[in-house]
Design a protein around this ligand. Structure first.
Ligand SMILES: [Mg+2]
Length: 274
């Protein structure tokens, strides 16, 4: 399946009917009801040859999942997704469409999309969300706040789930800053620390089964969350019905400090380049 119109009509047909009062794919714009609280917006492009090689169903799934993970990282939940696809001549995106439909059913409703022809296959997904309370930014951590991750890092799951329930628990526990691990612990933790103007001192890096040291520090796409919170007991209470997060260290007052044990936290992680 290569034709642009075929792609759009196939996607629209497979998304199913919109809820009463809403209009999804098929009109000039989707019509949905806005949330009562804050509106969260996230967007992320995936480029063939940069982010993926083959147009598998997992790519379609991941295009939505990585945005849902960004919504989770604010302590929120996803509402609606829009998909834009650039198709090179001869592209076979039947599997990619399957993955999008699976994400529509399992992660976040896709309410519309559009397509164009171009030299390189690019799939861009935008997701809206909302948060029941105050969004958790990257920038709110204070010296003395404890640092947690929601699970061991560097795992090679094909479709890791965005940590929506854990994110909400972290927000309820009073998380002061949060980020999802999309480019590796080493890089994403620095982003949180830089945004907050704090340093970090880690005791340990929890590693997933089979993960190498480089995987644990530098691999993203497992959607685990890093968050800072001042009260350990409040965190454990908020996570009582979930897998408890792993305490990895503490925020410090020196913004130049980025330490693992007695040494520096090794650099690593996926750096986006232009
Ligand atoms: Mg993110």
């Amino acid at each position: 399946m290569t034709d642009e119109l075929t792609f759009v009509s196939s996607l629209a047909r497979r998304l199913g009917p919109a809820p009463a009062g809403e209009t999804w794919a098929g009109d000039d714009a989707a019509v949905v009801r806005p949330p009562a609280g804050e509106l969260l917006l996230a967007i992320d492009p995936m480029v063939q040859g940069v982010h993926f090689l083959e147009t598998t169903a997992d790519v379609g799934w991941a295009a939505v999942a990585r945005n849902v993970s960004d919504i989770a990282a604010m302590g929120g939940r996803p509402l609606h997704a829009l998909v834009s696809i650039v198709l090179p001549p001869g592209a076979d995106v039947a599997l990619l469409l399957d993955g999008l439909v699976e994400a529509h059913e399992g992660l976040c409703p896709i309410v519309g999309g559009d397509t164009s022809s171009g030299a390189t296959l690019v799939i861009t997904v935008a997701v809206t969300g909302t948060v029941d309370g105050t969004p958790v930014l990257r920038s709110g951590a204070h010296p003395g706040d404890l640092l947690f991750v929601t699970g061991p890092l560097g795992g090679a799951l094909t479709r890791p789930p965005p940590r929506l329930a854990a994110a909400r628990a972290a927000r309820r526990a009073g998380a002061t800053a949060m980020i999802d691990v999309s480019d590796g612990l080493s890089l994403d933790l620095r982003r949180l620390a830089d945004a907050s103007g704090v340093g970090v001192a880690l005791d340990a890096v929890p590693m997933a089964d089979g993960a190498s040291w480089d995987d644990a520090l530098g691999r993203g796409e497992d959607y685990e969350l890093i968050f800072a919170a001042p009260d350990r007991d409040a965190v454990l209470e908020a996570f009582a019905s979930l897998e408890p997060p792993i305490e990895i260290g503490v925020c410090t007052a020196d913004p130049g400090e980025c330490r693992l044990g007695d040494g520096p936290l090794p650099e690593g992680g996926w750096e986006h380049r232009w």
